[in-house]
Design a protein around this ligand. Structure first.
Ligand code: GDP
Ligand code: MG
Length: 435
């Protein structure tokens, strides 16, 4: 998914502005990437329609690279799709009961240990219950983990009744004043009726305040189907996505939330007891996009840039009236964003390239000095600057005539480029192609 989205977004890179034509092409790619990642077609269409609207809405923000702005918009929509805010678990009752369900090997026992450790660190008294009645090794496994994190494990190795074990463990927790019990259960290799009946009976008997469905994120489409079946039978409260330490499997997170409409609450990223994280939809969206820092770059740009000023300058560019005053205003906007080198360093692959490069906010100083030494008339009509004026400007700004010439030449080229773009747009070709 990551590769596909990146490819889609590449379509936009290097474009001067978000126009309807390149948004349309990119939207199509993003939609395909989403449906390929098992997101229902209807939902994918809804998201991409919203992305298109937003992208076209914000095209006035000429100051940021459109590709990055687009990434930001996609990121926002993916975040929404995955539930928006991080969701906590329900801890109610005395003790509060948390039931862990899922297929064998999905990571239930590992997660039970992690959750116990997580809650214990919050200062809560926790009791683990081993209700896997099929595999004696599973009881030992939970005991080892419990010891590791300092949480007591209740087990009855001879008892073959999961409901009884759970009830006895809960009674013990009540007696010893533990506020939370976590019930680890048995799973099968595939969904089967006996397992479903057992976990249903268990849920009915102990009425947990939170039922968590644990699923291996590496299983792709199967993860979605399993989630659907478990949800139909158990009506669980939240999802735990495990084994996200492999490559980014955003697809599972996107699809499960869409199909069962239950929040993902935790993600597990390794076998160690510390490898548990609360699920943050926005971080997962960034992970899917694989562009971490670019997003903060766009955020900073959006904060720093004055939208009205951007609109004003955009209008002048369209009328081929962009002048040195506007140029100066743009430079100042860029400087407001902070250290130029830091900003450039956030662009993927750029950090290494500019490491030894001598650029900082002072690099703009000669340019600003040259522009300041021009008269207001010269700033709007630089073509009237002749040889003797160039000399005076160089002297006045503490630069030399080559620097003045270079700036004038670059500015002239920039204006030509803008004019060309305006002519192309005026001819209406781009808009027609879109419709
Ligand atoms: P259960 O059968 O559902 O109780 O699953 P287990 O907790 O026994 O986990 C099955 C296997 O997956 C074990 O080898 C775990 O160490 C491993 N495992 C669990 N969670 C993760 C994870 O987040 N990342 C990785 N890499 N391995 C995990
Ligand atoms: Mg287990």
């Amino acid at each position: 998914l990551q590769d596909k989205l990146n490819k889609a977004i590449k379509t936009l890179k290097g474009q001067g502005r978000i126009t309807e034509i390149n948004v349309a092409a990119t939207i199509k790619e993003v939609r395909r990437a989403l449906t390929d990642a098992d997101v229902n077609y209807k939902v994918a269409k809804e998201i991409t329609d919203r992305i298109r609207e937003k992208a076209l809405d914000r095209k006035v923000l000429i100051s940021v690279e459109p590709g990055q702005l687009f990434v930001k918009i996609v990121q926002e929509e993916l975040t929404e799709l995955m539930g928006g805010e991080a969701q906590g678990i329900n801890i109610k009752g005395d003790p509060a009961i948390i039931l862990i369900a899922g297929l064998q090997g999905s990571g239930k026992t590992t997660f039970s240990g992690k959750l116990a450790s997580y809650l214990k660190k919050q200062g809560r008294g926790v009791q683990l219950i081993a209700a896997d009645i099929y595999r004696p090794a599973a009881i030992d496994q939970l005991k080892v983990l419990g010891e590791q994190v300092g949480v007591e494990v209740y087990a009855e190795p001879e008892n073959k009744n999961a409901v009884e074990i759970a009830q006895n463990g809960i009674a013990l927790a009540r007696k010893t004043g533990k506020k939370i019990v976590i019930v680890d259960t048995a799973g099968r290799l595939a969904v089967d009726e006996a397992m479903m009946q057992e976990i249903e009976a268990l849920k009915r008997a102990i009425s947990p305040s939170e039922t968590l469905f644990v699923v291996d994120s590496m299983t792709g489409q199967d993860a979605v189907n399993t989630a659907k079946t478990f949800n139909e039978r158990l009506n669980f409260d939240g999802v735990v996505l495990t084994k996200l330490d492999g490559d980014a499997r955003g697809g599972a997170a996107l699809s499960i939330k869409t199909v069962v409409n239950k929040p993902i609450k935790f993600i597990s990223t390794g076998e160690k007891m510390e490898a548990l994280d609360v699920f943050y939809p926005d971080r997962m969206a960034s992970r899917i996009l694989g562009m971490g820092d670019v997003i903060s770059l766009v955020e900073r740009a959006q904060q720093a840039f004055d939208e009205d000023e951007a609109k004003r300058i955009n209008a002048k560019m369209r009328k081929n009236q962009f002048d040195f005053d506007d140029f100066l205003s743009q430079l100042q906007q860029i400087k407001k964003m902070g250290n130029v080198k830091d900003l450039l360093g956030m662009i993927p692959g750029m950090g290494k390239m500019i490491k030894d490069l001598d650029i900082d906010n002072d690099s703009f100083k000669p340019i600003e000095a040259i522009i300041s030494s021009m008269t207001p008339k010269e700033r709007s009509r630089p073509d009237i600057i002749d040889g003797s004026r160039k000399k005076r400007i160089a002297a006045g700004s503490g630069t030399n005539i080559t620097q003045v010439n270079n700036l004038l030449k670059q500015f002239d080229e920039m204006r030509k480029m803008m004019k060309k773009m305006n002519t192309m747009q005026a001819s209406g070709k781009m808009n027609k192609m879109m419709r």
